[in-house]
Design a protein around this ligand. Structure first.
Ligand code: NAD
Ligand code: UD1
Length: 334
């Protein structure tokens, strides 16, 4: 029996594949390589000393997916494949709905056909919208999405809940990630987006290696301890382990929702200062106006994941900053 990982050559997917292989699972990856490259497979194999099967397929290609299910004995799917750039989704909403929502429908149809009814889905803290309390708890429900990207996550969550109501043989885990950063300690896999990054840590990394001149810190007058925004940053390896735990619990039909965060809020300035300190490197920055749509502060209540999945994040901000630097300094684009 194998685990199918869609988007398995991407940032979070690749770290999860490493954990799966390390735990003795057999893994099949499906990825269209729209935001990753094939050499990630070599690096996963270098880290684990194990092989995984790879299909370069788009999840909207039903025939291609059927072939994957015919050639393998898939017991469950961890579904990462999707587009994730918030700003781009505002400009290209239809591409986001097509890729993320239609892609998930195609995948579910093929899973249904092959009677594989277990899925772990990559959701996001963005589905909470702005609940008016910075500590997000699963029973707050979904709020108004602040972008088409966020809306695709909320729609897919709803769709999966409806699917279970219609056919209660499905076992579905919705994992709501907070802000994943860091990289595998080997420096072989991590996040290195092409072009100008949108997210904080990839931007810091590019400033630190000299590819970008300076970081703009969006807002210095929020009502927080140092005026900059607060988020719940989580090490990508902790996140990957969370998927393993969720997978192990897929033994009773239902829809289960869990936050994957540390529970601790960290400011933008804290991240910059910690990155400088642990890596002994300067990160040039300036304060810039607030970014539209940013909330001053949010972080996870991770207690449900602890009690139900027996999972909690173990790695702190220093380790996240050290591993992010280790990865980027070994994987410069030029
Ligand atoms: P990523 O872009 O690194 O990985 C996604 C992978 O999916 C890529 O390898 C890409 O090539 C592949 N892909 C995209 N569309 C596909 C398609 N139609 N068919 C096949 N493959 C396709 O992103 P990530 O950071 O690893 O995120 C993984 C998932 O987690 C995404 O669904 C994302 O929305 C979600 N998520 C990410 C974050 C984050 O901060 N990174 C936060 C919350 C949720
Ligand atoms: C963003 C997305 C969210 C997604 C999450 C994880 C938005 C509005 N939200 O969240 O949907 O789930 O990424 O991928 O984009 N910052 C700077 N300078 C920069 C970049 C970021 O100061 O160049 C600040 C931001 O203002 C924010 C913090 O750093 O306060 C984190 O930003 P980012 O990494 O983009 O994540 P989020 O905005 O939390």
């Amino acid at each position: 029996m194998q685990i199918l990982v869609t988007g398995g050559t991407g940032y979070i997917g690749s770290h999860t594949v490493v954990e799966l292989l390390k735990s003795g699972k057999e893994v099949v990856i499906v990825d269209n390589l729209s935001n990753s490259s094939k050499n990630v497979i070599d690096n996963i194999e270098k880290i684990t000393n194990k092989k995984c099967k790879f299909y370069e397929i788009d999840i909207r290609d039903e025939k291609g997916l059927e072939k994957v299910f015919e050639e393998n004995d898939i017991e469950a799917v961890i579904h990462f494949a999707g587009l994730k750039a918030v700003g781009e989704s505002v400009v290209k909403p239809l591409e986001y709905y097509d890729n993320n929502v239609i892609g998930t429908i195609k995948l579910l149809e093929v899973m249904k056909k092959f009677v594989c009814k277990k899925m772990v889905f990559s959701s996001s803290a963005t589905v909470y919208g702005d609940p008016g309390n910075p500590k997000y708890v699963e029973d707050m429900g979904r709020g108004k999405a602040s972008s088409p990207y966020g809306a695709t996550k909320a729609v897919i969550e709803e769709m999966l809940e409806s699917l279970y109501i219609a056919d209660n043989e499905w076992t579905i885990s919705l994992l709501r990630y907070f802000n994943p950063i860091g990289a595998h300690e080997s420096g072989l896999i991590g996040e290195n987006p092409n072009g100008i990054p949108n997210n904080l840590m990839p931007y810091i990394q590019k400033v630190a290696i000299g590819e970008l001149k300076e970081l703009s810190i969006f807002g210095d007058n929020y009502n927080t301890k140092d005026g900059t925004c607060i988020r719940d940053y989580i090490h990508v390896v902790d996140l990957a382990v969370g998927h393993m735990k969720a997978l192990q619990k897929l033994n009773k039909p239902g829809v289960y929702i869990h936050n994957l965060g540390t529970g601790a809020g960290t400011s933008v300035l804290d991240i910059v200062k910690t990155f400088e300190k642990v890596n002994n490197i300067k990160v040039n920055y300036k304060f810039a106006p607030r970014r539209a749509g940013d909330l001053p502060e949010f972080f996870a209540d991770p207690s449900k994941a602890k009690s139900e999945l027996d999972w909690e994040a173990k790695r702190g901000i220093e380790e996240m900053c050290r591993d992010s630097w280790n990865f980027i300094s070994k994987n410069r684009n030029s």
